[in-house]
Design a protein around this ligand. Structure first.
Ligand SMILES: *Cc1c(COP(=O)(O)O)cnc(C)c1O
Length: 225
């Protein structure tokens, strides 16, 4: 399948999820996750109209960035080791995996200006998942104040890998509720207007529950390796 064909199908599904919940499809941004595919396939996605590209390793990130550059916005979506920050900091537009102060410090120190970050939350409380527990999020965000190059644009989560739709929905709802709590803090560096949630197997539920960035790999560009 071409990326164009996949994208049209996905946009239709987004439109329907928006109709069900009274949302505007324009508020949902698709991040094409290209970690499983070649540079050529990533370029095809951009030609098909994709405006956001995401990678989870610094090397894959740089390889795709070097080929595509500012024809897309660049999202780092995976666990980010502090020592890798320097490799991506001049290229990245959004970091989806801020989960510790040591990383915040490194981003702040290396960045030339504001970096848009999502705080990653383990909203399903699965042991295997990265991210802060829901109880830790508010105090963590308060502690980010000294790192003035960091803007908390939103929260990010990964739903449990399950067939149980209600469990997935609950996870997304938890993130949405937490977003309200963060917004109530009224911190200028943490507007928290965005929610990064939803992947290939659960993006329709995520859209219904308020996602503004959905991260799509397999269903959009496929899986070559
Ligand atoms: C790989 C990955 C995705 C995309 O996964 P698909 O199921 O292929 O859509 C989304 N988010 C993160 C954090 C990922 O690592």
């Amino acid at each position: 399948m071409t990326v164009q064909d996949n994208l049209e199908q996905i946009q239709e599904q987004i439109k329907e999820a928006c109709l069900r919940t009274n949302r505007n499809p324009q508020d949902i941004h698709i991040v094409a996750v290209t970690k499983y595919v070649s540079i050529e396939r990533a370029q095809e996605a951009v030609k098909a109209g994709i405006k956001h590209v995401g990678e989870n390793r610094d090397q894959g990130f740089s390889a795709k960035y070097d080929a595509i550059g500012d024809r897309a916005q660049w999202h780092f979506i995976g666990t980010l080791q502090s020592r890798k920050v320097k490799n991506i900091i001049d290229k990245v537009d959004y970091i989806h995996s801020l989960d510790r102060l040591s990383l915040a410090k490194e981003i702040h120190g290396r960045a030339d200006g504001t970096v848009k970050c999502f705080v990653q939350v383990n909203a399903s409380a699965e042991e295997s998942k990265h991210g802060l527990s829901t109880e830790e999020v508010i105090s963590f965000i308060k502690e980010l104040e000294p790192y003035s190059n960091i803007e908390v644009v939103g929260l990010m989560t990964m739903a449990p890998f399950t067939e149980d739709e209600e469990l997935i929905r609950l996870c997304f709802r938890t993130l949405k509720k937490l977003q309200h709590d963060v917004q109530a803090l009224n911190l200028t560096y943490a507007p928290c207007t965005e929610l990064s949630m939803g992947m290939s197997n659960d993006f329709e539920i995520a859209v219904e529950e308020g996602a503004t960035f959905i991260r799509l790999g397999t269903i959009l560009v496929g899986k070559e390796f």
